[in-house]
Design a protein around this ligand. Structure first.
Ligand code: GCO
Length: 474
């Protein structure tokens, strides 16, 4: 299609996205809200973890973050000025049930009410993530996701939130990246609650999926027919440098522990046999699987949220040597360093791996439409003398990866939307505030927001529902 917009070079062909393609940005409660002790909010595992010396870089905590709890109206105005059609945010469980169960804190619900109304008043569709890692500490004290009961508490909490927001919010996702909650939270302990026990990680993964299934069934029983339910998983394309049997085995093992261990159960295929076999040496983690659990976990969904940042590179290693890192039970594989151009966070930039992933997922997700619920890059930013943030590298990553989505769609992938991670610079978990992913810069001292060049570029892509096939001066 050739755009007729005067801002775009006349006659320049555009890569056009499907009509109604959903463009937006994403955030998460603990990463942007601040106000961690305001209006009855309970303690989360990330408050506890961040308060533990040595766990988060620089001793950073969830305060003040972006003070979004108080500044949300201005942030919604920012989203509107950028032309975002959708905004994905998460609800902080400890704001709704400070102890994770029982008493409901209506001031917490009131905040999300106000946020949703503000979004709708600006014509922005809210996509609600019910759990983005901020588990109430009281539940962790009772075992957290190692405790099966937490799955039932999650379904109860989900019902409460849907009861308040469900008359206006139609797009729901239960969990954000249960892989991180399980393998980084309980596997190698670099995330809250900071437990390093690979078998516990696998058991936690099961309970997270059980909670997803229970919550999905609960919402399905309450939601009008036009509500769309989902889960958000983080995926990697796994590559090796050879095609020998050993190389292919290394790829299969990591693909199993990164991608299939979660994708298969939620799409009705149960846990992958190879993963079950290759993790059995950790001890019988499958003891936590009860009759009927898999049927609960495969609760029908309407779309699959896909978070992608970078590929994984692997090589076969000798024998059954345990592989250091987050993959519970992985042996005989070497995790290789990233290659080529890296982001400021040291992650490999590879848009082709994104295309490959989306095409694969469109094939392997039982026909579920895909929404890119997170994709972005961290680079150090500075506000220049003219008050601008000319983030060339982040803009290039954005453009390269949006084009990668277009290539996937051209190859038949059913991708319905792209949400940039993230709207705002924010708290990057164990890296604290050291990594800036935002398309909008946040000065954490003054809370001043500055729209970056990457945001202006995304705005133009949204305006045209497409972008030129080459170049970055969009
Ligand atoms: C994730 C989380 C986000 C991160 C982002 C950058 O995908 O890990 O959903 O909270 O901040 O991905 O790591």
């Amino acid at each position: 299609m050739t755009t007729t917009d005067p801002d775009v070079e006349v006659g320049r062909e555009l890569l056009q996205f499907p009509p109604d393609f959903l463009w937006g940005a994403a955030t998460a409660s603990f990463q942007i809200e601040g106000a961690t002790t305001v209006d009855g909010r309970g303690t989360s595992i990330w408050d506890t973890f961040a308060a533990t010396p040595g766990k988060v870089l620089g001793g950073d905590t969830g305060d003040p973050a972006c003070d979004h709890y108080h500044r949300y109206e201005n942030d919604v105005e920012l989203m509107s000025s950028l032309g975002l059609a959708a905004y994905r945010f998460s609800v902080a469980w400890p704001r709704i049930q400070p102890l994770g169960s029982g008493a409901v804190e209506t001031r917490g619900l009131d905040f999300y009410d106000r946020l949703v109304d503000s979004l709708l008043a600006s014509g922005i569709q809210p996509l609600v993530t019910l759990y983005h890692w901020d588990l109430p500490q009281a539940l962790e004290d009772a075992g957290g996701w190692r405790n099966r009961d937490t799955a039932y508490r999650f379904a109860e909490y989900a019902t409460i939130v849907h009861g308040r927001l469900g008359d206006r919010v139609k797009a729901w996702t239960t969990l954000n990246e249960p892989w991180c909650s399980a393998f980084l939270g309980y596997g190698n302990g670099i995330h809250a609650p900071g437990i390093a026990d690979p078998r516990a990680a696998l058991e936690a993964a099961h309970h997270l999926l059980l909670g997803h299934g229970l919550a999905t069934a609960a919402l399905r029983s309450l939601a009008p027919a036009d509500h769309r339910l989902s889960i958000v998983l983080n995926f990697s394309t796994v590559w090796a440098d050879g095609a020998s049997e050993e190389h292919l085995t290394a790829v299969r093992k990591v693909d199993g522990l990164q991608n299939r261990i979660l994708l298969d159960p939620i799409t009705g295929r149960g846990y992958p046999e190879d993963v079950l076999l290759e993790t059995a040496w950790l001890g019988d983690w499958t003891r936590v699987i009860r009759d009927g659990d898999l049927e609960i976990i495969e609760a029908p969904l309407d779309w699959l949220g896909v978070n992608y940042y970078a590929p994984a590179r692997v090589a076969p290693a000798d024998g059954d040597v345990v592989t250091p890192g987050p993959f519970a039970g992985l042996r005989g594989v070497e995790l290789l360093p990233p290659r080529g151009e890296l982001t400021g966070f040291g992650w490999e930039q590879n848009a082709d791996a994104f295309t490959e992933l989306l095409v694969r997922l469109s094939r392997d997700s039982a026909g579920l439409p895909l929404v890119v619920t997170e994709n972005g890059s961290a680079f150090p930013d500075t506000v220049d003398g003219l008050g601008r943030v000319v983030d060339v590298e982040r803009t290039r990553y954005l453009v390269d990866h949006v084009r990668a989505v277009h290539r996937a769609i051209a190859q038949g992938a059913d991708v319905r939307g792209y949400l940039a991670w993230s709207l705002l610079d924010n708290f990057e978990w164990a890296a604290g505030y050291s990594q800036r992913f935002g398309i909008v810069h946040v000065d954490y001292e003054t809370q001043r927001r500055t729209v970056k060049e990457s945001a202006a570029t995304l705005s133009r892509i949204i305006r045209d529902n497409g972008l030129p096939p080459t170049g970055y001066d969009i």
